[in-house]
Design a protein around this ligand. Structure first.
Ligand code: GDP
Length: 300
């Protein structure tokens, strides 16, 4: 059980239909394949890129049996993912930065808090000392929810009253981390996208304050996106990458959706590594994104 069954079933059954009763990969097959990719939320641009590449290979070999289409497609997807996911993250250890500071961004409801809780737990299990900062001070529920996660997994949460300055919470959290010799800091932030300039200013302020305590922080600006929203996730990615220097992505709710193809499109369009995937609501339902495992699970 990889958590990607729905995407796989969708993908696989559609491709099986495309090649049913056909022996060679011809223009009709490619047209239908194009439709499969688009309706699997790979996105139009990325789909065209994949189709072009397959077309080139078919032209080169003159005759390609439909039974080889899966392999061709798998190769192309793997290559696309490889171009943008140079690191295969094998564990939850982050090397030389101490503390390693992760600032988490994303709109409400995408699974930000849940991802923070799961990630903190993984990091803790990997032997790291972790602290969380509740810098989404805009919603009372956000602070309460991250505190609940902290209790659940036994990780300290630094918080202030609702409505207080998010940058001040981030500052307190980093100071606490330095004083305690913590290994990883994860800072939650408010994801109010309706005002991009406001969002940009707020995130910049938080970053500036962090650098006063830990030069080079944040080391990771992690954007959380809900994969089940398909093309909306791509739009959010566009907005957030314009507002701040996102350098890692988490795609959540892949367990509940057939839209897992969006991982391929986002990776191709934004050239930002997909670092984590969420495959359920439970504490253990977070995986480091492994491009090989991902592609394998789509085709097996
Ligand atoms: P936030 O508003 O972005 O902080 O979102 P939450 O962390 O509160 O998550 C919103 C809802 O999505 C909650 O009910 C979570 O349990 C659920 N959720 C988060 N991640 C996943 C996931 O990977 N899979 C599933 N099925 N549900 C998830």
């Amino acid at each position: 059980d990889t958590g990607l069954e729905k995407t796989k079933d969708n993908f696989f059954s559609k491709i099986t239909k495309v090649i049913a009763g056909k022996s060679t990969v011809d223009d009709d097959v490619l047209d239908e394949l194009e439709e499969v990719l688009v309706t699997s939320d790979v996105g139009v641009k990325t789909t065209l890129k994949i189709i072009d590449r397959i077309q080139a290979r078919v032209a080169q070999d003159k005759y390609v049996n439909t039974s080889e289409l899966n392999k061709l497609l798998k190769d192309e997807i793997q290559q696309l993912l490889a171009e943008n996911n140079s690191n295969d993250f094998v564990n939850f250890e982050y090397g030389s930065h101490k503390p390693y500071v992760i600032m988490v961004v994303g709109v409400n409801g995408v699974g930000k808090t849940t991802t923070i809780g799961k990630l903190a737990n993984k990091l803790k299990e990997a032997g790291n000392k972790v602290v969380l900062g509740a810098a989404d001070t805009f919603r009372a529920a956000a602070v309460a929810q991250i505190q609940l996660w902290g209790e659940r997994i036994g990780v300290k949460v630094v918080a202030q009253a609702m409505g207080s300055d998010p940058a001040s919470v981030a500052f307190d959290t980093l100071r606490s981390a330095v004083a305690n010799g913590d290994d990883v800091v994860i800072i939650d932030t408010a994801g109010r996208l309706h005002n991009k300039v406001g969002l940009m200013n707020e995130l910049t302020k938080i970053k500036n304050v962090m650098q006063k305590v830990v030069p080079g922080a944040p080391h990771e600006i992690l954007l959380v996106l809900d994969a089940s929203t398909g093309q909306n996730a791509i739009e959010q990615c566009k907005q957030f990458t314009e507002a701040t220097d996102v350098n890692a992505l988490a795609l959540t709710k892949l367990d509940g959706t057939a839209k897992g193809g969006v991982v391929i499109g986002i990776s191709d369009q934004f050239k930002i590594p997909v670092k984590y995937i969420g495959v359920g609501e439970g504490v253990n339902d977070l995986q480091l994104f492994d491009r090989q495992a991902f592609v394998d699970s789509l085709f097996k």
